[in-house]
Ligand binder design. Sequence first.
Ligand code: CTP
Length: 400
Amino acid sequence: MLKGKHIILGITGSIAAYKAAMLCRLLKTAGCQVRVVMTPMAKQFITPLTMATLSRNPILVDFFDPENGAWNSHVALGEWADCYLIAPATANTLAKMATGTADNLLLTTYLSARCPVAVAPAMDLDMYAHVTTQLNLSTLRERGVRVIEPGEGELASGLSGKGRMAEPEEIVAEIADLLSEKKKSLAGKHFIVTAGATIEPIDPVRYITNHSTGKMGYAIAGELAGRGARVSLVSGRTSLPVPKGVERIDALSAADMYVAVTARWPEADGAVMCAAVADYTPEHVAASKIRKSDDDISISLVRTRDIAASVGADKGSRILVGFALETDDEQAHAEAKLVKKNFDFIVLNSLRDKGAGFRGDTNKVALIDDKSRTDYPLMSKREVAEIIVDRIEELIDNRK
Ligand code: CTP
């Protein structure tokens, strides 16, 4: 959705400017071309060198290049862009945008931009709550600017409240949504998505888990919601922000996840089983911390229930998509899971492929059904989410 898009990233003078580095990296990973415009004050918070390196373009701050007098044309920049994102946006810049003040390149570019504009405010809680800031934000909203709401939490001032800039992943998802020309093709459909790692407690301080971050499942939930579906995201342990329009249900253990999914299955039109669910859980959870002794110990593990296989056994006309993360004999394992769990198709990723699997922002997958296998190159997890949801849409269309 974001591939090939031209994004101007405007950075203003806020502590949250450090997050602009990650934001820029995520936009680049999604295939965007990024030009960075900074206010003079922003340079105090993050260096132009960092942003130039990440965006692979020179940074624009002044109307003229002080070295050679070349004019930095805000008009040309405004025409080049598919989207102008100002993140972080300070109270000062928001006020200037609302009144049409044009005393730096970032602001003249705003006035020249014909593309969609988004701002991610970042400031102290009282500044954010101030009636002037709120009036400025509603003025900007009325003029079509997308305001990416700040989150609540600890602020640079040491106070806690609303004013923390939205997380970079959240901002990228909002930009994708803003630029999305897709119809709400899944309106009226309800999908369950499982994501993240489960946690199986051993005692009050220890647990068994795995390396899943939930990124792939969260990207799929966001993509489904972006196309109008109602999404119940049954989430294990992750630190990711909830995608826009998605209902998150926390289910940390395999048993909790089983309950959360099976309770919703009768009303659902389908599910994407992306979570890395523990296959075994400790037979007994110690009520108090297990103390060490000189002896070795062993923990007896018992099987968890297979959520995918359970809903697959009662699939009816619903759509069920599974994942297989393999280390060896990939095709055979994926095919066996496809059949055993009654998936419509399975997304295979191999830890042997560089850039695939856990943690990263990329994945390399093959979609396998009972008739064929389609291999895709290394892509961002957002793009992988798109091809998976495209395949789901195809299945829905074929069943009409
Ligand atoms: N899955 C599930 N419930 C479980 C285990 C797995 O819903 N208790 C789902 C996963 O979300 C995934 C698919 O089943 O979509 C395959 O998971 P995987 O762990 O690869 O398969 P297992 O059946 O556990 O096989 P193995 O661990 O032996 O590879």
